[in-house]
Design a protein around this ligand. Structure first.
Ligand code: AMP
Ligand code: ZN
Length: 473
């Protein structure tokens, strides 16, 4: 069996993966800050994490996946200045913070479902672990890692040896001056808030009593508490987008080291950003594309999943509507082929010959080589197309192979079915037939393309054209 190799941000190189406990894997992925819809950049990261989980499962591991929901404490700036994103969102929409958090959590879960992302085994909301977060800060305080200033309790990053461990050397040197805007009284630019005090004279919607002063937790503490609570310390894999490397994950590691003298997790995997052609996309910048924007333009959510599979998770993905269109076309073709192969199962004899078994085994082995090489999805996808085009492999065998690969791709091959044909499409088919009879091939072809764009496939048989809808779930 091919062993899995991951690029571990902690060691800055590819490493063989070895879990702590035999066939079990503890996986923690940083979840959304629920003050607005997730954008397609965020969703790219959740898709990468879903692929990671599926690859582990394909290799026979049992994964316990934990994801947090940040419903408090994430400020609009990473330098501990600015407002709490939730409180700001609530004011903008004239709703309570709790309503905002509930609404966007629900929306987020719907996005995951539409993208065929498997649900985490455990969801935890930050506001459900306030007591445990206070307990952790008390431990840090008792060990001398904290100090108090006007607006809160801070972590002294200079007390941690190798604080910048996650950063590669080049970036670590650049770091000191990186965060220019600093809270007054902070000793070092990299120190961070553990507990922020409620502003004087203002009542926050979310605030709690604490041994220090009424307030709320800083964002970096919740993930330490929740991951250890569910997975122990150390656990196997911790993930997020690359923006989490210099601040959020660095600060999680620092707190765990300070409190327990241990590394929080053994493998740290980070997904590169999705960017727009001209600009960075960010919720805070108010410059975002959501999954809803894609479906409003007639794209299937899974076309976005397909687009993400086409790029390696450690490469930047520049989003454009043209590239999404190309992904949608490839996905339509993928479905068309899978359906064609599936119908061969219904009609064909169900005998498996030795050479076919060895063919599937050969493809499965190649598939494992690609996916286990730091999740090389573009190559795995190319292999699936090689299977589709293999003239020597029987159709029903190809269907079985695609179904097997789809445990990792998650494109919903097992749910494909033919649907009913609406009148509008039937009329187009008739129109196309008329052009064909008149030998107006170009016009007939344009109509075929129009039909295909709506997710129908048309096949010319001896008995005339056959049309079918490809439906998904
Ligand atoms: P947030 O809701 O802002 O806490 O972000 C949720 C996840 O999305 C985190 O893992 C981020 O690292 C990730 N993320 C944020 N922006 C992007 C982007 N443009 N492309 C890919 N991932 C992103
Ligand atoms: Zn986190």
């Amino acid at each position: 069996m091919t062993k899995i190799k991951f690029y571990n941000t902690l060691s800055h190189k590819k490493e063989f993966f070895k879990p702590l406990k035999d066939r079990k894997v503890g996986l923690y992925t940083c979840g959304p800050t629920v003050y607005f819809y997730a954008h397609i950049g965020n969703l790219r990261t959740y898709l990468f994490e879903d692929i990671l989980k599926r690859v582990l499962e394909y290799n026979g591991y049992k994964v316990k996946h934990v994801m947090n929901i940040t419903d408090v404490g994430h400020l609009t700036s990473d330098a501990d200045t600015g407002e709490d994103k939730l409180e700001k969102g609530a004011r903008k929409e004239r709703k309570s913070v709790w309503e905002i958090a509930d609404f966007y959590t629900k929306q987020f879960k719907e996005d995951l479902k539409a993208l065929n992302i498997k649900k985490p085994d455990v969801w935890i909301r930050a506001t459900k672990t306030i007591k445990q977060q206070i307990d952790l800060i008390k431990i840090l305080e008792s060990k001398g890692f904290t100090y108090r200033i006007n607006d809160g309790i801070y972590f002294d990053s200079s007390k941690i040896k190798g604080y910048n461990q996650l950063l590669c050397k080049k970036k670590a040197n650049l770091k000191a001056g990186a965060r220019v805007k600093m809270v007054k009284g902070k000793k070092h630019p990299t120190d961070f808030a553990l507990w922020k005090f409620s502003p004087k004279g203002k009542k926050r919607q979310m605030e709690w009593d604490s041994p220090w002063q009424k307030g709320f937790p800083g964002w970096h503490t919740e993930c330490v508490v929740m991951s250890i609570k569910e997975l122990g310390i150390p656990f196997d894999i911790h993930c997020g987008g690359i923006d989490h490397i210099p601040i959020h994950h660095t600060n999680e590691i620092a707190q765990a080291k300070a409190a327990y003298g241990k590394m929080l997790a053994r493998y740290w995997l980070h997904g590169e950003f999705l960017v727009l052609e001209k600009a960075r996309m960010g919720k805070s910048e108010g410059n975002i594309i959501t999954l809803n924007d894609l479906t409003k333009r007639g794209f299937l959510p899974l076309a976005f999943r397909y687009l993400c599979l086409m790029a390696h998770y450690r490469s930047k993905l520049t989003f454009s509507w043209q590239s999404l269109k190309a992904a949608q076309n490839s996905l339509n073709n993928f479905y068309k082929k899978a359906l064609e192969f599936k119908s061969a199962i219904a009609t064909g004899k169900n005998t498996l010959y030795r050479d076919k078994i060895s063919k599937s085994n050969k493809y499965k082995k190649e598939f494992l080589t690609e996916i286990n090489d730091d999740l090389n999805m573009p190559k795995a996808l190319a292999l699936a197309w090689k299977v589709i085009e293999d003239k020597t492999c029987p159709k029903r065998e190809k269907y079985r192979i695609l179904l097997d690969f789809d445990k990792v791709f998650g494109l919903g091959i097992n749910s494909l079915k033919m649907g009913k044909i609406p009148d509008k499409i039937k009329k187009l088919v008739q129109k196309r037939e008329k052009y064909r009879k008149e030998k107006k091939w170009e016009k007939a072809d344009l109509i075929r393309k129009e039909i295909e764009k709506t997710g129908y496939k048309i096949e010319d048989t001896k008995n005339g054209p056959k049309v079918a809808k490809i439906s998904y779930f």
